[in-house]
Write a protein that binds this ligand. Structure first.
Ligand code: NIG
Ligand code: FE
Length: 411
């Protein structure tokens, strides 16, 4: 099956050779072909070029993209999309003056979601999660990472990961699964965190590995959750099962989690709202991708990740939603890209690079996704008629999506 897009106003993120990530000033360049065509074959990008010298094709289904932009679909490398119910009440509690921390200390927060999830059947959890997945696909997300971490018992963590597996089987979108058993210390282990970590390492991890349910391992390294020492322990255990780390660090405090992540060759370190000079230093020269989650900053009214300092110091940066019921009940990557420009002073080129090619790196799929490169997956956003790509982040709150393609098929 061949699919041909013609008269594309702007074809974004055109990379002739495979680039896997962009560092610092490289992020300023968004290679763009004006008035272009693109051919897909068997779900992959077969060829592209300028309309001025379009070859004649036979047996192709044609899409006229006049006035429209064609670009790689968004890649959301950090979500907690599998969850039960919602935390609307905590949202109202915060409006009325409680902080996220106060709510968590009262047994709300992650533990609230864990209780709900434990009481929800696998079928119901699947139905709720599938609805969210369909919602984000319509908003242009064509690859997504999903974490466990609202189970916090062996049974419930496995339930979550099996739901992710079922989503992988039933939807065309590329999905990676992350084991985040170390998301919070369950109530029963409040005074015995080490016993919970033993359970996580000696019981949960082997089962998850045996059933091939996770690609990555994560931990919430933060005051009141897990220490740097815990982080070393969990990540070292993950290594034995080939679970590469992608970790939650520096959301509220800089306690040395980034260094621990880099030492364990983390694929990404995520959140980074609070950054100390030494955090920048340890990231320099590493293969670890910093990931910012601006919708979380918006929703919790906490600082935004200092994107400018990160990029201006030569480091790469990726963007993701953090879609979850507590800190970011939104999986809208279009909004994330706008917020990155508005609140983090990223240029549209930098934000689009951060949500495509660098996001692919943070998900471990940049060899096959994240740019318009021959052989890569034919995963695209076709926009409505818009003047240029800068209009996308500029008109914040609107998505401007005409259609979304995954593996060459319109969803
Ligand atoms: O990435 N920070 C830790 N975990 C999630 C939020 C968890 C929750 O509130 O449910 C996050 O923001
Ligand atoms: Fe998160």
């Amino acid at each position: 099956m061949k699919l041909l897009f013609t008269n594309i106003r702007q074809l974004l993120q055109v990379r002739e050779t495979n680039v896997t990530r962009l560092n610092g000033s490289e992020m300023k360049e968004l290679p763009t072909l004006e008035n272009a065509w693109l051919l897909c074959e068997d779900g992959r990008i077969a060829d592209f070029g300028s309309m001025e010298n379009i070859p004649s094709f036979e047996d192709v289904e044609q899409v006229d993209a006049s006035g429209k932009i064609l670009m790689p679909g968004w890649i959301d490398s950090h979500t907690h999309l599998v969850y039960a119910g919602n935390r609307e009440q905590e949202f109202v509690d915060r409006i009325n003056g409680l902080t996220y921390e106060e709510i968590a200390n009262k047994g709300g927060g992650i533990l609230n979601s864990a209780k709900k999830l434990q009481e929800t059947s696998a079928e119901d959890l699947y139905v709720q999660s599938a609805r969210r997945l369909e919602e984000v696909m319509k908003m242009g997300t064509t690859a997504i990472e999903i974490k466990s971490g609202y189970g916090l018992t062996t049974e419930a963590e496995l339930k979550m990961l099996k739901v992710i597996k079922r989503l992988k089987e039933n939807y065309p979108i590329e999905i990676k699964a992350t084991f985040l058993g170390a998301h919070a210390v369950p109530k029963e282990y409040k005074d015995n965190k080490d016993a919970y970590l033993d359970l996580l390492i000696d019981e949960m991890m082997p089962k998850i590995a045996q059933e091939g349910l996770a690609d990555y391992v994560d931990i919430f390294c933060e005051k009141g959750y897990f220490t740097v020492e815990d982080t070393h322990k969990v990540l070292a255990a993950g290594e034995k099962y080939n679970l590469t780390p992608k970790i939650h660090v520096n959301q509220f405090n800089s306690i040395g989690g980034i260094k621990a992540g880099v030492e364990h060759k983390a694929l990404s370190v995520d959140h980074l709202e609070v950054m100390e000079p030494e955090d920048f230093e340890v990231l320099k020269g590493s293969d670890t991708m910093p990931v910012a989650l601006p919708s979380c900053s918006l929703f919790l009214t906490i600082p935004y990740t200092p994107a400018r300092e990160i990029i201006d110091s030569g480091l790469p940066l990726a963007l993701a939603t953090d879609y979850n019921p507590g800190s970011t009940p939104s999986g809208n990557m279009n909004l994330v890209v706008s917020l990155a420009c508005i609140k983090m002073k990223m240029n549209p080129e930098e934000a689009i690079n951060a949500a495509t090619i660098n996001a692919a790196y943070a998900m471990g799929i940049s060899d096959t996704h994240g740019s318009i490169t021959k052989g890569k997956a034919a995963n695209f956003i076709l926009t409505e008629k818009v003047p240029s790509y800068g209009f996308l982040p500029y008109s914040f709150g609107a998505n401007h999506i005409d259609s979304v393609y995954i593996n060459g098929k319109k969803i």
